[in-house]
Design a protein. Structure first.
Length: 254
């Protein structure tokens, strides 16, 4: 597949889906890749591999919870090459539901997405003539229903999912496409820490191929694998008494 997106920005690109998307696009026609992450060593490895696949790569160590720094980075990237695709992917797992971890989850999984998306909207709105303007927000299958095993994480992803769904409609007239990505269990730094069962586990490169193909077609909600999407969707519409019975019996992370 040769991508229609020439200039692509991806947050959280040092591992998991973010890294896999960067590598996929580098090999499939992207001209300029702007990637960020908090782990300098991992990010440098991804950048080097992307460059080896033919793309021009600009990497930056960045904490997307810093709104000012994130907005400034997007502006710098836009000046270097007009952005066609912005992927707000950076995220963390909560692990133990301590006060500190809950706040960190919200600051990155919600704040980081907001800090990436708002300046992206502003930049793309200033370029009405530009083709192929897409913003992709990475949520999760866990965002379909509050999960007793990870209430903060699922709540943060529910925000991303709902906000992205609303933005898709509100930005349509501006010619900006918005897609919401809701993966199940995908190989990443987050799943590496999981101790619970992970059904329908996917490797990151497989997830990247599916995501990229559906972004090319402007699919609104990119959720996979389909058995998990069906299961969580059904869980979200069940009466509370029944959904509580089911979710309380799911394995918890430790």
């Amino acid at each position: 597949m040769h991508t229609k997106f020439n200039n692509i920005l991806i947050t959280g690109a040092s591992s998991g889906i973010g890294a896999a998307l960067a590598l996929f696009y580098a090999q499939n026609g992207a001209q300029n890749l702007f990637i960020c992450g908090r782990n300098e060593e991992r990010l440098s490895k991804v950048a080097a591999e992307c460059a080896g696949r033919g793309a021009k790569v600009f990497s930056k160590v960045l904490d997307v919870a810093d709104a000012k720094a994130t907005a400034q980075w997007l502006e710098e990237c836009e000046k270097t090459a007009p952005l066609n695709l912005v992927v707000a992917n950076a995220g963390v797992a909560t692990l133990q539901e301590t006060s500190e971890n809950v706040r960190k989850t919200f600051s990155i999984n919600i704040g980081g997405v907001v800090n990436t998306t708002l300046p992206a909207i502003e930049l793309l709105q200033k370029a009405p003539e530009r083709k192929h303007k897409t913003i992709a927000l990475v949520a999760s299958i866990a965002g379909y229903h509050g999960m007793p095993s990870c209430p903060s994480y699922s709540a943060s992803k529910a925000f991303v999912k709902a906000w992205g769904e609303g933005l898709r409609g509100s930005l349509k007239e501006a010619g900006i496409n918005v897609s919401i990505i809701c993966p199940g269990f995908v190989k990443s730094a987050i799943t590496d820490k999981n101790t619970c069962p992970m059904p329908f586990f996917w490797q990151a490169d497989k997830a990247a191929r599916v995501i990229a193909a559906r972004l090319e077609r402007n699919v609104g909600t990119i959720a996979f694998p389909w058995p998990m999407r069906l299961a969580v969707w059904l869980g979200s519409i069940l009466p509370n008494a029944l959904s509580d019975f089911i979710y309380e019996r799911l394995p918890h992370k430790v």
